[in-house]
Design a protein around this ligand. Structure first.
Ligand code: ADP
Ligand code: MG
Length: 261
């Protein structure tokens, strides 16, 4: 994958059909009023690649992920999923969201529904599956997360780590082409972080295509194929974990790393 805020590194071009790029963005900008949060982001995420996104709080990481699955409408720029432009007015947003799974810091499970019902909801409403099929898929995904016996429980009866694994199972149930994680472990008690990182690590190993915003530098170092450093709404540096963590090129990245490592 390549990504950069500077055109000489990553010339804008549409993704050709059959390319192994699953998700890409060109010239992505997002402003809130007068605040320019994304200032021209180019990104390519290849099949089975794990891209970790690091950067200071407020640098635009969440906005980038939210734009990528159209939770936020980019102010300008284009996003392509498997070669077709999802920022086109003709794109079906529901369809895009089934193909891009997202996991949030705060789980976002429905508290009044059982774990299983949380998984079945979008399968029924969006993928229009019948109840028996939806339940079968929900059971399978929960079993993979080691949560089969929690199917009828309410989210609040589970630990934070278990709730986050439910949220991951729910996203996977839709058979997404790419998974976006926005600080998926930041709301967890320290002793629960490991079990969620382990699930993410195993997804990466099994070839899931993932974009992971994380403060877990150890995870980024170990699991990422590429690391992007976001600074002031731009991808200020990108490279392999060893390039980013041991040979940072800019003062901004060096200073960020000195604060977090
Ligand atoms: P990060 O995830 O890197 O901490 P965010 O993408 O959440 O950064 O936020 C980047 C900047 O955009 C922050 O200054 C934040 O206050 C602002 N911002 C994010 N979402 C909104 C919004 N919906 N309306 C106004 N400002 C926003
Ligand atoms: Mg954020």
């Amino acid at each position: 994958m390549t990504a950069s805020g500077s055109p000489e590194v990553d010339a804008p071009s549409a993704v050709s059909p059959g390319s192994d790029v699953v998700l890409s963005a060109r010239g992505l900008r997002k402003t809130f009023g007068t605040l320019e949060v994304l200032r021209g982001v180019d990104i390519d995420v290849r099949r089975a690649e794990t891209v970790c996104v690091i950067g200071a709080s407020g640098s635009g990481k969440s906005t980038l992920l939210r734009c990528l699955n159209l939770l936020e409408r980019p102010s300008s720029g284009s996003i392509f999923l498997e070669g077709s432009e999802i920022t086109s007015t003709k794109a079906n947003v529901d369809d895009v969201r089934t193909r891009i799974g997202m996991v949030f810091q705060q789980f976002n499970l429905f508290p009044h529904m059982s774990v299983e019902a949380n998984l079945m909801l979008a399968l029924r409403k969006v993928r229009k599956l019948d109840a028996a099929t939806a339940k079968e898929i929900a059971t399978a995904r929960l079993s993979e997360m080691g949560l089969a016996e929690k199917a009828t429980w309410r989210p609040a009866q589970l630990s934070g780590g278990q709730q986050q694994r439910v949220a991951i199972a729910r996203a996977l149930a839709m058979e997404p082409k790419v998974m976006l994680f926005d600080e998926a472990t930041s709301a967890l008690d320290p002793e629960l972080v490991k079990e969620v990182l382990e699930v993410m690590r195993s997804l990466a190993r099994r070839g899931m295509t993932m974009v992971v915003v994380t403060h877990e530098m150890g995870f980024a170092r170990e699991v990422a194929d590429r690391v992007l450093f976001v600074d002031g709404g731009l991808i200020a540096e990108s490279g392999t974990p060893s390039e980013i963590f041991t040979q940072p090129r800019t003062d901004r990245l060096r200073s960020f790393l000195s604060r977090v490592l």
